[in-house]
Design a protein around this ligand. Structure first.
Ligand SMILES: O=C(O)CCC(=O)C(=O)O
Length: 248
């Protein structure tokens, strides 16, 4: 463990209990602004704008620095009860003036894993909230197991996609699964908690916690967020494109 990891702030018992009850916990001052600025400057310097895939933490120091930040890894290790592996990282820069969000979902649907230890840490890279398509969650939904999901209901609010994924089990058996964007219809917008997360703030949530985001209705402010998905190191992840997991 590095010296900065030693000085990172772990959750107290009340925080851990809140996470267990609500399925998420918001930490408004998780990372210093300088850590987020360093990441954003690195992104701005990239030749090509747009999504850069799910594995940049493996060869880009700026992505790795967030995914492996001691303030995050200390807390993820506590919540997982063991050493975390990084499954994927995502930078989600949602454009002003209607950039779409991700419909209500549970991450386990998209990233099947066994035992199901998958969880996320979502970081606000600018001030985020209802006006610019901030993160939303359904508190306590993780206690209801994996829910039925249907088609995306509002395509002006939420991205739609379909993709074939190669899968592999622990014995090496392989198959293909078609996955598509979905929406958990049993919740409506008024049952969802819209989170206000300041720049550098973070939200830890479990893979069964229903979450998503709506379109960015702000006319000039983007919604910038970085998310890392982790599993405990005894976990099997079935998607072939996520086999290259690395220690956090
Ligand atoms: O921030 C968003 O728009 C959605 C984030 C999300 O679904 C995730 O991090 O798993």
């Amino acid at each position: 463990m590095t010296s900065s990891a030693t000085s990172a702030r772990p959750f107290d018992a009340n925080d851990v209990e809140r996470y267990r009850q609500d399925g998420y916990i918001l930490v408004p001052d998780l990372l210093p602004a300088s850590a987020v600025d360093a990441f954003c400057e690195n992104e701005a310097a990239q030749d090509e704008a747009g999504p850069r895939g799910l594995q940049n933490h493996r060869d880009d120091d700026a992505w790795s620095a967030i995914a492996r930040h001691p303030e995050i890894v200390t807390k993820v290790s506590q919540l997982l009860g063991g050493s975390p592996l990084i499954v994927q990282t995502m930078y989600m820069a949602k454009l002003p003036g209607g950039g779409t969000g991700v419909a209500l979902h549970q991450d386990t649907h998209y990233i099947r894993n066994e035992p199901n230890t998958l969880m996320a840490c979502w970081i606000a890279c600018n001030d985020t909230g209802t006006d610019n398509g901030g993160l939303c969650v359904v508190s306590g939904s993780h206690k209801r197991g994996l829910m039925e999901a249907g088609e995306v209901r509002e395509s002006d609010q939420h991205a739609t996609w379909v993709n074939d994924y190669g899968m592999v089990d622990r014995d090496g058996e392989e198959w293909t699964e078609t996955m598509h964007s979905h929406d958990i219809h049993q919740f409506t917008r008024d049952q969802v908690e819209m989170l206000t997360v300041p720049k550098g703030g973070g939200v830890f949530f479990s893979s069964l916690t229903v979450h998503g985001s709506y379109a960015n209705e702000n006319s000039d402010k983007p919604r910038l967020a970085f998310a890392t998905h982790y599993v405990r190191d005894d976990t099997w992840v079935f998607r072939k494109d996520l086999q290259g997991m690395v220690a956090a």
